[in-house]
Design a protein around this ligand. Structure first.
Ligand code: NAP
Length: 241
């Protein structure tokens, strides 16, 4: 029996667990940080909470005799991705990063790329912003309407918070942008279909978008873009079907 550790926190982690659970001779453990109060749980075995840095993750990989790790965390979860790369190197465990492609502007879009939330907040200026960058780092903004899964802690004065979680529809996003008289949309380049409707809605309404670039991946890590490629990588490495 081989053990695969799936570092989750984005929809791909759940899809990967669903694709792998039930594979003969394969134990699949999904790991979540435990940030969201009611997370959508992957099927199969799940562990929740940090490992305790690189050292903790190395100890976990050894104790659980993990054969391979798939980092299917969110593209902006920089800390765990760096830790996984280092821990797998130290423990000699193969690692692949599953990263969905980023979004690309199409004709009609008015996008400004920035490198950080602070830069995004500066680019907003006095405009009424719809902020969809998550509750972490919301303190960079002084005003606007933010949509988050859980309430920001501590609260951010001046920012109105709407609690919701995707997937979203274009019609719903159009209604929201109109209702709040939004003048600019702020997003991370998360990619994927679950939250892309806001970009279509912004295009329809000629609302400019400020988009935060993804942080770079650690040097030398192997990357795949789809769940199917991650499954193929696992079966090559573990011999599991
Ligand atoms: P982060 O800065 O990359 O990680 C901070 C710490 O959280 C890590 O050092 C690790 O703690 C723990 N951690 C993160 N992901 C984990 C996992 N899958 N299993 C076990 N421990 C994990 O992470 P973050 O940006 O705060 O995001 C936290 C989680 O939310 C991630 O799993 C990510 O996929 C998800 N998420 C993040 C964003 C975002 O924009 N950042 C958006 C949507 C979802 P230890 O050092 O103790 O091991």
């Amino acid at each position: 029996m081989k053990t695969v550790l799936v570092l989750g926190g984005a929809s791909e982690g759940r899809a990967l667990a669903a694709a792998l659970v039930g594979t003969a001779d394969l134990r699949v453990v999904s790991s979540l940080a435990g940030r969201v109060s009611e997370p959508r749980l992957p099927v199969g075995e799940v562990r929740i909470g940090g490992f305790g840095g690189v050292g903790g993750l190395v100890a976990y990989l050894r104790a659980e005799r993990v054969s391979a790790v798939v980092d299917a965390t969110h593209p902006f979860a920089e800390g765990i991705t760096a830790n996984a790369a280092e821990a797998c190197r130290v423990a000699g465990v193969p690692l692949v990063v599953l990263r969905r492609p980023g979004w690309e502007a199409v004709p009609g879009d008015d996008w400004t790329w920035v490198d950080s939330l602070a830069e995004a907040a500066a680019a907003v200026g006095e405009r009424r912003a719809f902020i969809t960058t998550g509750r972490q780092g919301l303190g960079a903004f002084r005003s606007g309407v933010a949509r988050t899964v859980d309430p920001p802690d501590p609260p951010v004065p001046g920012v109105t918070v709407l609690l919701d979680r995707g997937p979203y529809t274009v019609d719903g996003e159009l209604a929201l942008l109109r209702e709040h008289r939004i003048q600019v949309l702020v997003t991370k380049d998360s990619g994927g279909p679950m939250t892309a409707a806001k970009l279509t809605a912004a295009r329809h309404l000629d609302i400019p978008v400020i988009i935060v670039r993804r942080p770079p991946l650690p040097d030398g890590v192997e990357v795949v873009g789809t769940v199917a490629e991650a499954v193929a990588w696992i079966s090559r490495g573990t011999g599991a079907a």
